[in-house]
Write a protein that binds this ligand. Structure first.
Ligand code: 9MR
Length: 347
């Protein structure tokens, strides 16, 4: 009995050192940058401001950051006549110093709106002007510094209809097209994306989004691609053939696709932890394989860096471990799976 447990401890210790030396020799950034592929993570203000180890992982393993919250309407435009760029400016500076791209998130959304906007009703003309000024001020502030914007986020319901939100109710469905045009006027070099969740497989929502993007492109509206958030759970198996088919149809019409907010929940499974982490690793690599099977897909971004800071425990009220690094900043099996998928697919 004692002999058996000594042997299994030795196996675990050697696996740990093997994995450690794997991590020391390899980085996601290095392998991605050689092929001009974007590998990124979203960044939160508090660890960014306080945690050097967090920033060290960011610059070591990623060539792109997405500003997770600090460019949302309520954060960047808290009063009708004042903007606050302090934190996003620091993040953009950090990215520049470390030769990383930045994704701006997000210009038009139904959530994280300031009270001054939601507390009273505006006329169509007033709200149109407010949105135009907002987009042009924010995009203009970062002209030449932000590589891509999520211009419109989550505008569709699961049944493929447009979500009721203040923009649709007051401006009308043309708010989407207008937002892209205004963003392009403010920075003609920035790539402009529509971004949503549950749009990776073929379903009513993903068809509606594809048709919208195709029609905008045909009308000459400056849209460059669609973002697929990819918030996932090991207990919901995805249809990777459909995901590939979906990315392929964007390739066929000359639009880019990007995985913009991937994380994988493990809290709903009853399996032992090690097995859940293996299932999670598989889900990360299969998703990345589906992305890399299409030339339209040029970015893979996780929604956070380490399990220490993720939106999921706050949102679900339960512990989880959805990302590539654990709470001690050690790379998880998912990290290695992502590395292997990049290695297998990138030339
Ligand atoms: O992770 C973000 C969390 O910290 C914020 O409180 C929340 C509300 O602004 O937004 C979360 O990010 C969301 C993203 O902006 C859009 N897609 C879904 C993400 C998770 O809810």
């Amino acid at each position: 009995m004692i002999k058996k447990s000594i042997i299994s401890s030795c196996v675990l210790v050697s696996l740990f050192f093997l994995f450690k030396s794997f991590y020391e020799k390899n980085s996601l950034r290095e392998i991605s940058s050689k092929s001009n592929f974007n590998v990124g993570a979203s960044v939160l203000a508090s660890p960014f401001l306080e945690d050097e180890q967090y920033k060290n992982i960011l610059k070591r393993d990623f060539n792109l950051i997405t500003i997770e919250n600090d460019l949302k309407f309520a954060k960047v435009h808290p009063q009708r006549d004042s903007y606050n760029f302090v934190i996003p400016d620091l993040m953009v500076k950090f990215a520049k110093e470390n030769n990383m791209k930045v994704r701006g998130h997000t210009l038009v959304w139904h959530a994280t709106l300031p009270d001054w906007l939601t507390d009273r009703k505006y006329s169509k003309e007033e709200l149109t002007n407010i949105l135009k000024n907002h987009i042009q001020t924010v995009v203009g502030h970062y002209k030449g510094k932000i590589y891509a914007w999520d211009v419109v986020n989550e505008a569709y319901n699961d049944d493929g209809t447009l979500r009721e939100n203040i923009w649709l109710q007051t401006i009308g469905p043309e708010y989407i097209e207008l937002a892209f045009r205004w963003a392009h006027e403010a920075d003609p070099d920035a790539l402009l994306f529509y971004n949503d969740y549950s749009n990776e497989e073929i379903n009513k929502k993903s068809n509606a989004i594809f048709n919208m993007a195709k029609s905008l492109k045909e009308q000459g509206v400056p849209i460059d691609g669609v973002g697929f958030q990819m918030h996932s759970s090991i207990t919901y198996k995805k249809n990777y053939e459909q995901i590939k088919e979906n990315f392929k149809r964007y390739e066929n019409i000359g639009l880019k696709t990007q995985i913009t907010e991937m994380d994988v929940k493990i809290q709903h499974s009853n399996k032992p932890n090690q097995e859940r982490l293996q299932d999670q690793a598989k889900m990360y690599s299969e998703t990345l394989n589906a992305c890399l099977a299409s030339s339209s897909c040029n970015a893979f971004i996780t929604w956070g860096v380490t399990d220490k800071y993720s939106w999921i425990p706050d949102y679900t009220g339960k512990e989880d471990a959805p990302l590539l690094f654990d709470t001690d900043y050690k790379p998880k099996p998912s990290y290695k799976a992502v590395y292997r998928a990049l290695q297998k697919n990138l030339k």
